[in-house]
Write a protein that binds this ligand. Sequence first.
Ligand code: NAP
Length: 281
Amino acid sequence: MKILDGKKLSQEIKAELKTEVLGLKKQGIFPGLAVIIVGNNSASEIYVKNKKQACEEVGIYSEIYKLEEKISQISLLALVEKLNSNEKIHGILVQLPLPTHIEKEKIISAISPKKDVDCFHPENIGKVFLGQEIFPPCTPAGILEILKRSEIEITGKDIVIVGRSNIVGKPLALMMINEGATVTVCHSKTINLKEKCLGADILVSAVGYAGLITKDMIKQGAVVIDVGMNRNDEGKLTGDVDFLEVSKIASAITPVPGGVGPMTIAMLLKNTLRASKTVSK
Ligand code: NAP
């Protein structure tokens, strides 16, 4: 059984990006990312800190906007507009969730599609559907990158994705189909989840429910990708998969932490470089 070490792979990618950033700087391109965080969500604060640190590691300029919980939608939209026209900023990311008085869709749609490095804008999601993405959505792209760099074939494989969110399950399904896989997407209304999971050559769980995926749901030798990020009673980070038991049956598995999470950040950096090259043209 192989542990798919997302932390190690993300370090390889960051080293490649660092070299690319140096090359861009020589051409007068200084990639920049702005991250907006609203309110005091401790999980979001950790994610934003990790993103800033990752930018520093590869030499990407970053600006963090930490806004009060009670900020108005108009003020937030005004900040997004300002960043849309800021030449030092090539990528804009609004950390979710947002407070309930703010309409998430309005904020996401206000980000220039050319700077939407998270690939949340409807125009960019539409491009994923067509297989013409400029910015592949970060978590699905991170999953594909883990599989490719680990030389795990996707074409022709039966893939089961548990979870149909707009940021993980649905775009991942489209990207896997575009890669030539046969994809089944499961969710909370799926009847007989176990039977469907047992058909998977590659099983991806993106639910947010610790212990949902147990060893009796895994085909011998399947590849298991755990996207879930859950906190147990001691505050420790765990995935959706019963790692100890499932790893006895799987041929390869991602750990949590150290699997999909670091790859998501690496893909965000990659998208920021892509954006800097496009905007600077
Ligand atoms: P989400 O929007 O809450 O979606 C969860 C999905 O799971 C939904 O489609 C839901 O079905 C489905 N679901 C819920 N209970 C289920 C059950 N008992 N059986 C089968 N399906 C079930 O979550 P998300 O934003 O996609 O995130 C999912 C998890 O991944 C979370 O733990 C999140 O923290 C983590 N995550 C990690 C990364 C990373 O970089 N590692 C990135 C993004 C998210 P319905 O649609 O029917 O409600």
